[in-house]
Design a protein around this ligand. Structure first.
Ligand SMILES: Cc1cc2nc3c(=O)[nH]c(=O)nc-3n(C[C@H](O)[C@H](O)[C@H](O)COP(=O)(O)OP(=O)(O)OC[C@H]3O[C@@H](n4cnc5c(N)ncnc54)[C@H](O)[C@@H]3O)c2cc1C
Length: 558
C-alpha cells in the first residue's frame, strides 16, 4: 500500500504531466485523428519517467505495491485526464492480472518485473467475436504439444475482438480452451502466426488502441500457461473482478466529474435572462446537483469496497459490480447533462464535454456490461435474501436506523426506508416466483445498487462528521455537504426502490389489484413520500456548496 503522502505526490505529478502534455487542444486533435499517443503512454509507463505502472506492481517485483484504494484514486485521476489514455495505461494491469493472481512464482517474477523495470505494455485478450458477455462460449483453442509423454508447449488458434492495446502491446494474456478448460497464456508480440488488425474506428476513447487479434497455430512453451495448471482461466479472471471493476468504476466517476467540472464554471459565466445560469434552480437542480449526488454515492461505495479489499476481505465481486454499475451509469448521466448544461457549445468539439460523453460510454460496456452487472448483483443478493429468510435487507436497514439515532443529519433513516422496501420487493417477488422473468431479476439488481449506495453515502457522511474518513478519502466535500448530498440521494434511492419495485411486481402479474394498497403500505411508500420533505432546501444547499456560495450565505444569515 502507498502512504497517503506518496499517493498525493503521485496524483500531483500525474496532474502536472497531463496539464503540460495533454492540454485540451492536443486531446481534441488526437481525438479527431483517432490516434493513440504512444509516446505519452510509454512516458507514463516508463520507470525513469512518470512510472505509473510502478504503483500497481507489488514491491517484491520492483513496484510500489499500491492497493485497491490507491488504484481507485489513480484511475479516477487518469479518467479526468482522458479515458482513452487511461484505458491504454490501465490495460497493462488488466492484462497482467491473471499473472498477478494465478501465475507461478517464476511467471510473476519475469512478467511483473518486466512491467516495473521495462515499462512493458500488456493487453488482456478475453473477448472473441462470438464470446463477449458469455466467456464460456470461447472458441480459441490451445492444443497440447507433447514430447516423450510430457507437455512441452501449446499451439493456440483463434480470434480475439476489441482488445485494448491490441495493436501496441509488448505481451498479451490470451484466454484459450485447453483440454481441461479455459486457461490464460502469455503470448509475446511478433511470434509466428500472431497478428492484429488495424485499430477500430470507435465512438469514443479514440486515444486508445483497440484491435482484433488473430492467432494461427501460435506456439508457446508450456511455461507460458499461467499458473502451470490447465482449466484455471475463468477462476483467475473471476478472482480479480472486484478489483478490476473498481478501476472501471473509478473511470466512470472521474469522467463524470470531469464533465461536471466544466459545466459548473461555465454556468457561472453564462448569462441568460438577466443572470448567470448558476443562479437558476431549474438549471442547477436538474443538470448539476442530482448528478453530483449520484456520483458521490458511487464514490462512497467505491471507497468502502476498496478499503475492504485492502483489508483482505477477498475479491468482493458483487461489491465491485455495484460500484461499477453505479459509477459508470452516473458518469454517463453526468456527462450527458453537462452537454445540456453548455447548450449549443456543449454540442461542439471545442468544449470537450461531448468528447467526455463519447468516451465515458465505454465504461458501461467493457469489463462487464451494465446488464451483466445487474445480473451479477441480483443473483448474489437474491441468494442472501433466500438464505436469511428475507431478513438480509431488513437487518441492513436496522443498522441505518441505529446510525440515524447517532447522526440524524446524514439521511440514514431514508436509506433504511430504501432497504426495507427492497426487502419487501424481494420477498413479494419470491412468493409470486417473479424472478423467472429475467427482466425482474435484472431490475432487482438496479434497485439493490441504489439502496446499498444510499447506505454507503450515509455512512460516509457520518464518518466525515466524526472526522474518521479514510486518510486517502476524497476531501472535496465537508461533512455538512456530504450530509446534504446523502439526504438527496437517499430520497431518490428510496423512491426508486419502492415505486419501481411496485411497478415491476404489478407488471409481472405478482399482485392482485385489491392487494395493491396493502403492498404500498408494506413498502413504506407513504413514509418514503413524506421523506421527500426538505428536498429542495437540500438541493439549494448543495448548489450553494458547489458554487462556493454556502459560506457567503451563512455569513449573511449571521
Ligand atoms: C473499446 C473497447 C475496448 C475493449 N477492451 C477489451 C479488452 O482489453 N479485453 C477484452 O477481453 N475485451 C475488451 N472489450 C470487450 C468488452 O469487454 C465486450 O465488448 C463486452 O464484454 C460485451 O461483450 P460483447 O461486445 O460481445 O456484447 P454482448 O455480450 O453480445 O452483449 C450485447 C448486449 O446484450 C446484453 N447481454 C449480453 N448477455 C446478456 C444476457 N445473458 N442477458 C441479458 N442481456 C445480455 C449486453 O449487456 C449488451 O447490452 C472491449 C470492448 C470495447 C468496445
Amino acid at each position: 500500500m502507498l502512504t497517503a503522502k506518496t499517493l498525493k505526490l503521485s496524483l500531483k505529478s500525474l496532474r502536472e504531466f497531463a496539464k503540460k502534455s495533454l492540454p485540451d487542444e492536443i486531446l481534441i486533435e488526437l481525438d479527431a485523428r483517432d490516434e493513440c499517443p504512444m509516446e505519452i503512454v510509454r512516458h507514463m509507463c516508463s520507470p525513469d519517467k512518470l512510472g505509473i505502472q510502478l504503483l500497481f506492481v507489488p514491491e517484491e517485483f520492483g513496484g510500489m505495491g499500491g492497493g485497491s484504494f490507491d488504484v481507485y484514486c489513480i484511475c479516477e485521476e487518469m479518467a479526468r485526464i482522458d479515458l482513452g489514455v487511461a484505458t491504454a495505461v490501465l490495460a497493462t494491469f488488466l492484462g497482467s492480472d491473471p499473472i498477478r493472481v494465478g501465475g507461478t512464482p517464476e511467471q510473476k517474477k519475469l512478467w511483473l518485473t518486466r512491467i516495473a523495470e521495462e515499462g512493458a505494455l500488456f493487453a488482456y485478450g478475453a473477448t472473441e467475436p462470438e464470446a463477449g458477455s458469455d466467456l464460456g462460449a470461447l472458441r480459441t483453442t490451445a492444443e497440447r504439444v507433447s514430447e516423450n509423454g510430457n507437455v512441452v508447449g501449446y499451439r493456440i488458434t483463434g480470434n480475439k475482438q476489441w482488445i485494448s492495446n491490441g495493436g501496441v502491446a509488448d505481451a498479451y494474456s490470451i484466454l484459450a480452451n485447453t483440454p481441461s478448460g479455459p486457461s490464460w497464456f502469455i503470448v509475446e508480440k511478433g511470434v509466428k502466426g500472431f497478428t492484429h488488425d488495424e485499430p477500430e474506428d470507435k465512438h469514443g476513447i479514440r486515444l486508445s488502441n483497440t484491435a482484433a487479434l488473430a492467432l494461427d497455430n501460435v506456439y508457446v512453451d508450456a511455461d507460458r500457461l499461467v499458473g502451470g495448471v490447465e482449466g484455471q482461466g475463468l477462476n483467475q479472471a473471476q478472482a480479480v473482478f472486484g478489483y478490476t471493476r473498481l478501476m472501471v468504476a473509478a473511470f466512470g466517476l472521474g469522467a463524470g466529474w470531469s464533465a461536471l467540472d466544466r459545466a459548473i464554471p461555465y454556468s457561472t459565466k453564462r448569462i441568460q435572462a438577466g443572470g448567470p445560469l448558476s443562479e437558476k434552480q431549474g438549471y442547477t437542480h436538474k443538470l448539476i446537483v442530482p448528478n453530483v449526488a449520484r456520483l458521490e454515492a458511487a464514490r462512497a461505495y467505491i471507497e468502502e469496497t476498496a478499503e475492504r479489499i485492502d483489508a483482505g476481505e477477498g475479491s468482493l465481486n458483487t461489491e465491485g459490480a455495484i460500484a461499477k454499475y453505479m459509477a459508470t451509469e452516473a458518469g454517463n448521466l453526468a456527462a450527458d447533462a453537462s452537454i445540456q448544461a453548455l447548450g449549443g457549445y456543449g454540442y461542439t468539439h471545442e468544449y470537450m464535454v461531448e468528447k467526455i460523453k463519447r468516451d465515458v460510454r465505454i465504461t458501461t460496456i467493457y469489463e462487464g456490461t451494465s446488464e451483466i452487472m445487474e445480473m451479477t448483483i441480483s443473483r448474489d443478493r437474491w441468494q442472501m435474501h433466500l438464505k436469511t429468510q428475507g431478513k438480509y435487507y431488513h437487518e441492513q436497514a436496522q443498522k441505518f436506523e441505529a446510525l440515524d439515532a447517532r447522526h440524524p443529519e446524514v439521511g440514514a433513516d431514508v436509506a433504511a426506508l430504501a432497504l426495507h422496501a427492497l426487502a419487501e420487493v424481494m420477498e413479494k417477488a419470491r412468493v409470486a416466483r417473479l424472478t423467472r422473468n429475467q427482466h425482474i431479476l435484472l431490475r432487482l439488481g438496479e434497485l439493490v445498487a441504489y439502496a446499498e449506495c444510499a447506505g454507503s453515502l450515509a455512512r460516509r457522511a457520518s464518518l466525515a462528521a466524526e472526522k474518521k474518513l479514510h486518510e486517502k478519502a476524497n476531501q472535496r466535500f465537508d461533512a455538512a455537504a456530504l450530509g446534504a448530498l446523502s439526504r438527496i440521494f437517499a430520497r431518490e434511492a428510496a423512491l426508486k426502490t419502492a415505486e419501481e419495485g411496485l411497478r415491476w411486481l404489478i407488471g409481472a402479474g405478482g399482485v392482485d389489484a385489491a392487494a395493491i394498497p396493502a403492498l404500498e403500505a408494506s413498502l413504506g411508500l407513504a413514509a418514503i413520500h413524506r421523506a421527500q420533505a426538505g428536498l429542495i432546501a437540500d438541493m439549494d444547499y448543495a448548489a450553494d456548496v458547489l458554487y462556493g456560495r454556502a459560506a457567503k450565505r451563512s455569513e449573511l444569515a449571521a
